[in-house]
Design a protein around this ligand. Structure first.
Ligand code: CIR
Length: 256
């Protein structure tokens, strides 16, 4: 059984951090409805969803992915790169404590979970404005005893590594080649986003299914043509906050 931790949309979402997208009005009621449908998509993909209460003091707190990296053996509580987001980790640590032994990054490390792409026992970490060298070094040192390797991938033009690349099947990555050098992804089969859909590389793989935004029909068609089972969601209001489908959950195997 898989567990997905999510968090209700903050009433302060409109005050979110933005780096590469322009601020637009966000319809909060619509955001709540879309988030509820997202939770339902996680259930369809086989997860038991544990939704934490909203955190009014933290506009970006719906994007729980950035606060932790959950592996089979342990979970690592991150130190988010945006100072406004650092307080989001306390409640996540409390929620994860029941499921995994906890490790934590310490200052001056910064690292967002959105920069961490796990493939087997390798964690690829984006060299972004949110994740620094100290964050990578601490993550590597914490996870070496568990046999997880940490490698870095430079990115440019987007917020996180997983804005530019995400796994969609065994050995298959969905990629936006304008935001990273695909030569770094040697050995993988690559599906490129349609050039008219630059933000389309973020897909959430859960088991044999992929949760994916319905606003990228051309890239969606490529996934379907590749034989991938896709569960579509409308996350337009969360996208206005520079979020996408991976960032709204922490998905891991239950140990119970
Ligand atoms: C931020 O800038 O931190 C939020 N507005 C968006 C975070 C999205 N997180 C993710 O894709 N992992």
């Amino acid at each position: 059984m898989k567990i997905a931790i999510t968090r209700a949309v903050s009433p302060a979402l409109a005050s979110c951090e933005l780096s590469f997208v322009h601020r637009e009005p966000i319809d909060l009621a619509k955001a709540h409805a879309q988030h509820a449908a997202y939770n339902e998509a996680l259930r369809r993909a086989g997860c038991e969803v544990m939704q934490l209460p909203a955190e009014p003091a933290y506009p970006d707190s719906v994007f729980v992915e950035d606060t932790a990296i959950v592996l089979d053996e342990v979970a690592v509580i991150t130190r988010p790169g945006a100072a406004t987001r650092r307080g989001e980790t306390d409640s996540i640590a409390r929620a994860l404590r029941a499921h995994r032994p906890l490790l934590a990054l310490e200052a001056p490390a910064t690292l967002d979970g959105g920069d961490v792409m796990r493939v087997g026992r390798t964690l690829y970490v984006g060299e972004s404005a949110r994740s620094n060298r100290e964050g990578v070094a601490q993550l590597r040192a914490l996870l070496a005893p568990y046999g997880h390797a940490v490698e870095t991938i430079p990115i440019a033009g987007c917020l996180h590594l997983k804005s530019a690349v995400t796994p969609v099947d065994d050995g298959v990555l969905l990629v936006q080649p304008e935001w990273l050098d695909v030569a770094q992804l040697d050995g993988f089969t690559l599906i490129e986003v349609d050039p008219s859909e630059p933000h389309a590389a973020n897909a959430l793989r859960i088991g044999d299914a992929v949760v994916y935004p319905d606003c990228f029909p051309r890239t969606l068609a490529k996934l379907v043509a590749a034989g991938i089972e896709v569960i579509t969601v409308d996350v337009s209001e969360l996208q206005k906050a520079e979020g996408a489908v991976t960032c709204c959950s922490l998905v891991f195997e239950s140990r119970g």
